[in-house]
Design a binder for this molecule. Structure first.
Ligand SMILES: [Zn+2]
Length: 62
């Protein structure tokens, strides 16, 4: 029987087979790394939350 299970890579939507694919459910190590966020080490940074600048003057309570 040729029951080949094919899926689509969650990253690039490329149709791949699960059989013999060490990177499943991804098509390649690259897509797997991207999904895991490993590529963050390659220079891509997610900007953190920017602290609001304290420029507002609090209303006096005089
Ligand atoms: Zn892919």
């Amino acid at each position: 029987m040729n029951a080949i299970t094919t899926i689509k890579c969650p990253q690039c939507r490329k149709e791949i087979t699960l059989a013999g694919n060490p990177y499943r459910p991804f098509c390649s190590q690259r897509c797997k790394m991207i999904d895991l966020g490993t590529w963050a080490d390659e220079g891509y940074r997610i900007p953190g939350e920017k602290a609001p600048e304290s420029g507002d003057e609090e209303p006096g309570d005089e």
